[in-house]
Design a protein around this ligand. Structure first.
Ligand code: NAP
Ligand code: BGC
Ligand code: ZN
Length: 354
């Protein structure tokens, strides 16, 4: 069958010819419809994050997938059911407390593989198998946009964890700012705009730019970090009750603390490589303490977040989803899906349709 992956010898994703997988007991066979590409895939291709499955000289890419159950294999799923797979799996032949508790998203490195990212083949292939427990059913009507469930679930978890830190007191947030105008940032901006009075999104682009158009269509204010560094947001715009970092630009982690309003919270999502820079650690420490601020790192998501994400996706306007998808490529001509210019927001590789 056709698959798209990277090999230890190559430097670009390529079409591979691999064997169609057979489902083990407890697993279903899924026919892939579409798979999205995000910033993490680019980090994986560049060798900056993740790694090959043990003993393999290639890795199938893709962790944002939607497919149709081809063979339920006695799992209780229905043939023809549209499903979205979660990303984390137990390391081969092992289990651990995080999986037993149903919280693999909280497992430390080494205690999981991530399909298409860390040590496991992804979903960018005509078929894939998965334990049925890690397949989330979605309505047929969402099949076309089902690849958004995984990234939306990332924000469902991040918001749950960030807002959870503010639960012990009466928090009345009004302003939220997303750092980053990639696909994760834009989907998140829409989600936050439903809940906050005022929203902002920080990028580093000149107009005209398709992401700035989307920010403004959502109702957010675009901020250019080249003119207004994140720690100057309070003077240029306002202090933010919530900041969601989705750039991977490491200085944003610390600039976020200064940009937060008293009692505010920042969620860090980006995955930078090592990066040395100077900071005033004293002021940072002081700000966090004297203003009850919080920074929370968050990664991955699990079933409950996928389930919330299905509802969120159903409520998202179609114009947003259509404008965010900038390329639909085929496995036979996959290069356009991995081009990374300013016109590209979310590329999709399409294997089949309902
Ligand atoms: P992406 O498409 O690469 O988007 C990143 C965006 O940040 C780009 O639009 C980039 O702008 C912008 N940016 C970078 N540096 C900036 C700066 N200094 N000022 C303003 N904007 C800046 O990636 P994505 O898919 O949206 O994901 C965002 C990050 O979150 C990535 O690091 C990804 O690995 C990570 N991520 C983490 C999780 C998790 O579970 N924690 C899940 C998904 C993604 P330009 O395009 O103009 O350069
Ligand atoms: C994926 C997550 C994954 C994270 C770290 C993200 O792009 O959406 O599922 O945990 O990368 O590898
Ligand atoms: Zn991702």
């Amino acid at each position: 069958m056709k698959a798209v992956g990277v090999t230890r010898d190559g430097d670009e994703p390529e079409l591979l010819d691999i064997e169609r997988p057979e489902p083990d007991s407890g697993e279903a066979l899924v026919r892939t419809l579409r798979v999205g590409v995000d910033g993490t895939d680019h980090e994986v291709i560049a060798g900056a994050h993740g790694g090959y499955p043990e003993g393999e000289d290639y890795m199938v890419l893709g962790h944002e997938a939607v497919g149709v159950v081809e063979d339920p294999n006695g799992t209780g799923l229905d043939e023809g059911q549209v499903v979205v797979p979660t990303v984390r799996r137990k390391p081969d032949g092992e289990t651990n407390e995080y999986f037993r508790r149903g919280e693999p998203d909280m497992a430390p490195e080494g205690e999981y593989v991530e399909r298409g990212i860390v040590g496991g083949h992804g979903y960018m292939a005509e078929y894939f198998t998965s334990p049925a427990d890690f397949l989330v059913p979605i309505p047929d009507s969402l099949a076309e946009y089902g690849l958004f469930v995984e990234p939306i679930s990332i924000t469902e978890k991040a918001n749950e964890h960030a807002f959870g830190t503010r639960e012990p007191f009466e928090w009345r947030p009004e302003s939220a700012c997303v750092l980053g105008n990639g696909s994760l940032g834009l989907l998140t901006l829409w989600m936050l705009d439903q809940e906050f009075d005022r929203t902002y999104c920080v990028g580093r682009r000149d107009r005209p730019d398709p992401t700035i158009d989307i920010i403004e269509e959502i109702g957010g204010t675009y901020v250019d970090s080249r003119e207004t560094p994140v720690d100057e947001l309070p003077e240029a715009e306002e202090s933010m009750d919530y900041i969601y970092e989705a750039t991977g630009f490491a200085p944003h982690c610390l600039q976020t603390v200064h940009a937060l309003a008293p009692n505010g919270v920042g969620a860090l999502l980006g995955i930078p490589e090592p990066w040395d820079f100077e900071i005033d650690g004293g002021s940072l420490h002081n700000e966090l303490v004297l203003h009850n601020k919080c920074l929370v790192g968050t990664v991955n998501s699990h079933i409950v977040h996928f389930e919330y994400a299905v509802d969120t996706l159903a409520s998202m306007p179609e114009w947003l989803l259509d404008e965010v998808i900038t390329t639909v490529a085929t496995p036979d001509d996959v290069a356009p899906a991995f081009e990374d210019g300013d016109d590209q927001i979310k590329a999709v590789v399409e294997f089949d349709s309902l």
